[in-house]
Design a protein around this ligand. Structure first.
Ligand SMILES: [Fe+2]
Length: 275
């Protein structure tokens, strides 16, 4: 089976930056790579309805499953100011390909599971900042935008703990399979922005959690841990687990002007029958 993974398409923002062809290029690349399954690691857009419509369009045009997890941008209420984050999360979950609905058996041996995950501030620099600084989500006039556009009704660390315990349960139940574990948030410390850094000593706190790395590394048979959120494309091997961050990111962060080239670079293809 040829399994494709990509995160952080940001189709709405990239459209505004005259890269309206992101989705067309993804569809073309998916066909060209002869993928059997696609998984999107969150942040399709800032509008959950557009995110759902995008997943639908991919499935209809390619006639194959397009699994996904939500990203923090997909959960933003910027277009729906009266909506709470759990309402948007649940509307996204109503789509059967959302991994929030539970593990998906891809083949006899392979299982795909995951969800957005959240952050517990553990990637922040505690020599410079306190937990109360991170809770504020504001530093030197800059605000982490989840502060403005998400409203979970609970502390960020509580939300992270909810996802973490759900992941633990799902992973243990599937230890007899080969597992692909997908989060939106960063699941490996080497995917945070290198420090010391004037801004990211603080903002790394909102990228993910080292607990996902520990969980994936210590659970039997997690062959791949996939994520996005930070706009990197990197791979790291921890024992039997390959951690992959595979983000398309914003057009103004790309190294080239060619959407196709960027898509080819960002799209991870795994050959599941060969491992
Ligand atoms: Fe994100």
């Amino acid at each position: 089976m040829r399994f494709g993974f990509i995160a952080d398409l940001h189709i709405d923002i990239n459209k505004k930056r005259k890269r309206g062809d992101v989705l067309d290029v993804l569809l073309a690349q998916t066909s060209e790579q002869k993928l059997d399954v696609l998984c999107i690691g969150g942040d399709v857009s800032n509008d959950y309805k557009e995110t759902l419509a995008t997943v639908e369009r991919i499935e209809q045009e390619l006639k194959m499953p397009c699994y996904f997890v939500a990203g923090n941008h997909d959960l933003w209420n910027i277009h729906y100011p009266s909506m709470k984050t759990w309402d948007i999360y649940n509307d996204l979950k109503s789509h059967p390909r959302n991994l929030a609905n539970g593990p998906q058996q891809l083949t006899e041996n392979w299982v795909l599971l995951g969800d957005i995950g959240w952050y517990d501030f553990s990637f922040g620099n505690y020599k410079k900042y306190t937990v109360n600084d991170f809770i504020r989500m504001k530093m030197k006039g800059s605000t982490w935008q989840d502060k403005e556009y998400t409203d979970w009704a609970d502390h960020a660390v509580e939300i992270h703990n909810l996802f973490l315990s759900s992941f633990k349960e799902q992973l243990v139940k599937n230890e007899n399979k080969k597992i692909i574990f997908c989060t939106h948030v960063v699941s490996h410390h080497l995917f945070t922005v290198p420090t010391p850094h004037r801004i990211w000593d603080y903002f790394n706190a909102f990228l993910g959690s080292g607990e996902y790395e520990r969980l994936a590394s210590t659970t039997n048979n997690v062959r791949y841990a996939l994520c996005g959120h930070v706009h990197f494309r990197k791979k790291v091997q921890n024992n039997n687990t390959q951690f992959i961050c595979s983000s398309l990111g914003y057009a103004n962060q790309w190294r080239s002007n060619e959407t196709k080239k960027e898509m080819q670079h960002a799209l991870t293809v795994l050959h599941l029958d060969e491992r």
